[in-house]
Design a protein around this ligand. Structure first.
Ligand code: ZN
Length: 212
């Protein structure tokens, strides 16, 4: 079973996740560390825990989820994967950063694309890839059945959903994706979001005002 640890980084309070197995291999999901001290805090945690990063897998490529990609690629020489439909969002990174008055000098390069339905393997453990667009065109969620969690990025939040007013976003697409893919998971499935606290599928089915 995979372990989950998270940090909250950058001005957007973005959740960066470390998913690790019993051999201390790990993936980094959505590395949002921006300030030098955030990068140092992350690397120090990896060192102290004796973790070995194997790759960066992103739920999507919005600015606040990619700030730390290049720092980690340099530090650990690991590949960076996104869904192919997310490439246009990634490609706009530098200009979007400028718009927000933030620094992203070098655009991260996706080393490979992660398709819907693919099973990603970390040692003996697997997560299933679900295409859940609407917040952004190529948003994916990572479902780990053995651990009863889904890492949904900015698709679904406790009591809310991702914004749909950014390029490539679409409200109806997002609602359909949540109902088709996230709400098909067992009610006790923990939902790990890109911002804010975790929730469960059952809780959101019952109380989320956008989905009831
Ligand atoms: Zn986002």
């Amino acid at each position: 079973m995979l372990n989950v640890h998270f940090f909250t980084f950058n001005a957007f309070s973005e959740n960066t996740y470390i998913i690790s197995n019993h051999k201390n291999e790990c993936w980094v999901v959505d590395p949002g560390m921006y300030e030098q001290r955030e990068i140092a805090e992350f690397i120090s945690f990896i060192d102290k825990q004796g973790l070995v990063p194997k790759g960066i897998i992103n739920t999507h490529a919005h600015l606040d989820h990619i700030f730390g990609v290049n720092a980690l690629k340099k530090q650990y020489n690991i590949p960076f994967g996104i869904h192919s439909l997310e490439q246009p969002v990634l490609s706009r990174g530098v200009e979007t950063a400028a718009m927000f008055g933030m620094r992203l000098t070098e655009l991260p390069v996706a080393d490979y694309y992660i398709p819907h339905g693919q099973t990603l393997q970390l040692g003996d453990d697997i997560v299933e890839v679900l295409l859940t667009p609407g917040h952004s065109p190529g948003s994916i969620s990572f479902y780990h059945a053995a651990g009863n969690w889904v890492l949904s990025g900015d698709v679904l939040f406790q009591g809310s959903i991702g914004r749909t007013d950014l390029p490539g976003g679409d409200f109806d697409t997002l609602i359909a994706a949540i109902k088709t893919h996230i709400f098909a998971l067992p009610d006790h499935t923990k939902v790990l979001s890109g911002h804010g606290p975790a929730t469960t599928v059952g809780h959101e089915k019952k109380y989320n005002p956008f989905l009831s």
